[in-house]
Design a protein around this ligand. Structure first.
Ligand SMILES: [Zn+2]
Length: 183
């Protein structure tokens, strides 16, 4: 059987919420190693939208999020109708913008550089799984398990995995995602 418990870093949920709720004028400082370990579990909140790397001074990376209407997300919860609802969801521009400032060493700073925060609930992120979860699924597939075996174990509500997926941005995981992750 595939690994029964998934190795999601324990503080990922806390950092996800902290970063989601980041305030204008209140940067978040994250220790470099921790940022690198946890970012793959955060990348369904923000995506990189370009980097400015001057010859001197810090590297600044801009993070935006393209999101979809909350009302469409609510309909996603109904299983079975999922495919059709995914096709009908409509894009909104979430005004929340972030920049990541990297001095090359020391902690990473995340700064909200938009006055406006998110225009949607945290739960609106649930439709998209993080690359950290994709990588975990891919590891299991590479051991020779089928996509549905892996998906079943990862989504098992009895062994804590479903909760871990929820905390790490992977609750929308489907067998097809596992299949793609293993390619
Ligand atoms: Zn947003």
């Amino acid at each position: 059987m595939p690994t029964s418990l998934i190795g999601v870093p324990p503080d990922v949920a806390q950092l996800r919420e902290e970063i989601f709720n980041i305030s204008h004028g209140q940067p978040i400082s994250i220790e470099r190693a921790r940022f690198q370990q946890l970012w793959p579990y955060l990348d369904n909140i923000y995506v990189f939208k370009g980097t400015r790397k001057p010859t001197r001074g810090p590297t600044v990376t801009y993070l935006y999020r393209r999101l979809f209407r909350d009302k469409d997300h609510k309909t996603l919860v109904a299983p079975g109708d999922r495919q059709r609802n995914w096709a009908s969801r409509s894009a909104i521009g979430c005004p929340c913008r972030l920049k990541k400032v990297d001095n090359g060493s020391g902690p990473i700073q995340l700064i909200r550089n938009s006055k406006q925060g998110h225009n949607h609930e945290y739960s609106a992120l649930a439709w998209k799984i993080t690359s950290g979860i994709k990588a975990l699924a891919g590891q299991e597939v590479s051991k020779g398990y089928t996509a549905s075996q892996v998906a079943n174990v990862l989504k098992n509500p009895q062994n804590g995995n479903l909760q871990a997926l929820h905390l790490a941005g992977g609750e929308a995981l489907r067998s097809q995602d596992v299949r793609n992750a293993g390619l």
